[in-house]
Design a protein around this ligand. Structure first.
Ligand SMILES: NC(=O)c1ccc[n+]([C@@H]2O[C@H](COP(=O)([O-])OP(=O)(O)OC[C@H]3O[C@@H](n4cnc5c(N)ncnc54)[C@H](OP(=O)(O)O)[C@@H]3O)[C@@H](O)[C@H]2O)c1
Length: 338
């Protein structure tokens, strides 16, 4: 199953809206005879990828191991259960049940007389497909947030000086994280302050008052979706997708934007913004990547990583739990989930 998870990761960033799946096939003597993975949405599922590399004769009486329940319905590709049965597989080992209610692979396989074991390394399997699980069970986009702070939780000095808080290896990891997500999201304030490139295939920018000019670095690469106040006239620029959004209080309605990006097929988003927008996203946030540098500003006017409300009781804090901590040469990365 660990091999399946490693194989599945080869499709990271390319399978959305599908899950990450890897598969290992053993012959009747328990020897590995094939492996496969789901490389890209629309391409073969991992079981099909693995089985089509071998003959039914080689696989007959063997075992198929896969991190997600095999599909039993027609999507863009035929049901994997049909091929598993056709190949005469005797045992199927599954990491986790598919949260998609259309999938009923376990009973189909059992009805065909195959021995099925479910729940092997289930926690790891669920973690790998955390985005897919949220999409399938809650019909919404998975929201992650990345921030880089000093030890005292600051993202810049009071004058906005922030380059650089973390060292190069941590910043590189930050860039790598982007590739896991269908889109990245930021604010007009951050774009205006830093004129960042934010390399990604899809970028979402919240620019309520349409203050950003189209010649900024962020617009030079990837597909850009800009949300703005629905009361303003539509801007004329065919290279950028401008989308009207309602304003709630004096801010763009984040809930509307999250529903809209889901309708547009964006299954996961990474928020990269300053303290104001990051603070506003906390109630919607499934996961936080917080890089921490061993620097302390000790300046009460330095900018905080999360702002936007006043609370007096610690019980009212947003509560996350640490799922991992990674060490870089100088910095650390804390990964937290709701
Ligand atoms: N260290 C890091 O990880 C990191 C990452 C990114 C940026 N930064 C730094 O952060 C600084 C900018 O921080 P900032 O606090 O000024 O800007 P920000 O948090 O990036 O964005 C603030 C803007 O976001 C919009 N916004 C805020 N709350 C909202 C809500 N509830 N709903 C909808 N829109 C909302 C508002 O735009 P409107 O006023 O247009 O409505 C607001 O002005 C920059 O200096 C940048 O260098 C640091």
């Amino acid at each position: 199953m660990n091999m399946c998870l490693d194989l599945a990761l080869k499709g990271e960033g390319k399978t959305s809206p599908n899950p990450l799946v890897g598969c290992v096939v053993l012959n009747k003597d328990g020897e590995i005879i094939s492996t496969g993975y789901h490389a890209k949405a629309g391409e073969n599922h991992s079981e099909r990828d693995a089985l089509l590399k071998i003959t039914p004769e080689a696989a007959r009486g063997g075992t198929l191991i896969v991190n997600l329940e095999p599909c039993s319905h027609w999507g863009k590709t035929p049901p994997c259960t049909d091929l598993i049965i056709e190949y005469g597989i005797k045992n199927v080992v599954i990491g986790m049940k598919d949260p998609n209610p259309k999938v009923d692979g376990i009973s189909v396989l059992k009805k065909a007389g195959i021995d099925v074991a479910v729940g092997v390394l289930e926690d790891k399997c669920r973690e790998l497909n955390e985005v897919f699980i949220v999409n399938q069970t809650e019909n919404r986009t998975f929201v992650a947030l990345k921030t880089a702070t000093t030890l005292d939780g600051k993202i810049s000095t009071s004058t906005g000086s922030s380059k650089w808080i973390t060292s190069e290896d941590a910043r590189l990891e930050g860039k790598r994280l982007r590739a896991k997500y269908d889109a990245i999201l930021t604010s007009s304030s951050t774009v205006k302050a830093d004129n960042p490139q934010m390399q990604h295939r899809k970028k979402i920018i919240l620019d309520r008052n349409l203050i950003l000019s189209a010649d900024l670095e962020i617009f030079k690469q990837g597909e850009c979706l800009v949300y703005y106040d629905e009361k303003l006239p539509s801007p004329a620029n065919s290279a950028i997708t401008y989308i009207k959004a309602p304003v709630k209080g004096d801010k763009l309605d984040i809930e509307f934007i999250l529903k809209d990006i889901y309708k547009r097929g964006i299954m996961s988003v990474l928020v990269e913004a300053g303290g104001c927008l990051s603070g506003s996203f906390l109630p919607y946030c499934d996961k936080i990547y917080n890089f921490i540098a061993p620097k302390i500003l000790g300046d009460e006017n330095g900018k905080n990583s999360f702002v936007g409300r006043n609370i007096s009781d610690i019980k009212d804090s947003y509560n996350f739990h640490f799922t991992d901590v990674k060490r870089f040469e100088k910095d650390i990365l804390c990964i937290l989930k709701k």
